[in-house]
Design a protein around this ligand. Structure first.
Ligand code: MG
Length: 255
């Protein structure tokens, strides 16, 4: 496999829970020393790149904020390319800091786009209805992700998807989706490195969002047997990975 660049999923590939995958930090350092372009991908819509980097650094990874690619980073790139200036943010955590650092602040006047992430407790009737009204007045709808739910420590939690669907249902509009497995996400990640799909491979633990998503964009998909990997899921999947490796620490063996 002859590649110039890698898209590497973070959760389940670099670490599982609170433990780094054995050998992963060294493998990443080696790839960087050899001059490969890398973007580390996360679908989180509650954390900024700085927060993600702090966690990775604590686990021994030498990765900088500029190498992290999230739905918020994709949205910023998307907004700039589309010439959108007025945005209204329906988000939570420190994701708004990511936009602020790019010079984008939430506004309620002259709204061209409503950006919806997993806003947690910031979702209220008032906030949703405000977003609904901006959309009726002509704003576009951008979803950082459209997942149905996620698992927290104390049980299942609604993700952004049900709220995005509610706004789509009420307005008849279709959201532009920024996160994996959307084509937009993979294409903007490639753009940020200035490389083409055929020169790049995606490394991930999710057969659908990582491998299916990348392959549909012409990017080779390498599945790791860590994180959420289950042999039966691989067997049942219609998507066939380009390669399957034990973990990201074994990436070297197929290069
Ligand atoms: Mg993953």
């Amino acid at each position: 496999m002859s590649k110039q660049a890698f898209l590497i999923d973070i959760d389940g590939v670099l670490y599982v829970g609170d433990s780094p995958v054995p050998g992963a930090a060294d493998a990443i350092s080696d790839l960087k020393k050899k001059g490969y372009n890398i973007r580390f991908l996360s679908n989180t819509t509650r954390k900024s790149r700085k927060t993600i980097v702090a966690r990775l650094t604590g686990m021994g990874f030498d990765i900088g904020p500029g190498e992290i690619f999230t739905p918020a980073v994709a949205a910023i790139s998307f907004i700039k390319k589309a010439g959108i200036s007025g945005v209204h943010l329906l988000t939570t955590g420190d994701v708004d800091k990511e936009f602020a650092e790019a010079g984008i602040y939430s506004c309620s006047d002259g709204v061209d786009a409503v950006i919806v992430g997993d806003a947690g407790d910031n979702f209220s009737y008032e906030r949703m209805n405000g977003a609904f009204r901006f959309l009726l007045e002509g704003a576009g709808l951008i979803a950082l992700e459209k997942d149905r739910y996620w698992m927290a420590g104390d049980g299942m939690m609604l993700s952004a998807g049900p709220f995005v669907s509610a706004l789509e249902y009420a307005t008849g509009k279709t959201a532009a989706i920024m996160g994996k497995p959307s084509k937009t996400f993979f294409e903007l990640a490639l753009d940020s490195m200035g490389v083409g799909a055929s020169d790049t491979a995606m490394v991930g633990d999710d057969i659908m969002t990582d491998i299916g998503g990348s392959i549909s964009c012409g990017i080779d998909g390498i599945l790791v047997r860590t994180g959420k990997f289950r042999p039966e899921t691989l067997q049942a999947a219609e998507v066939k990975p380009t390669a399957v490796i034990r973990s990201v620490a074994h990436l070297e063996t197929i290069l």
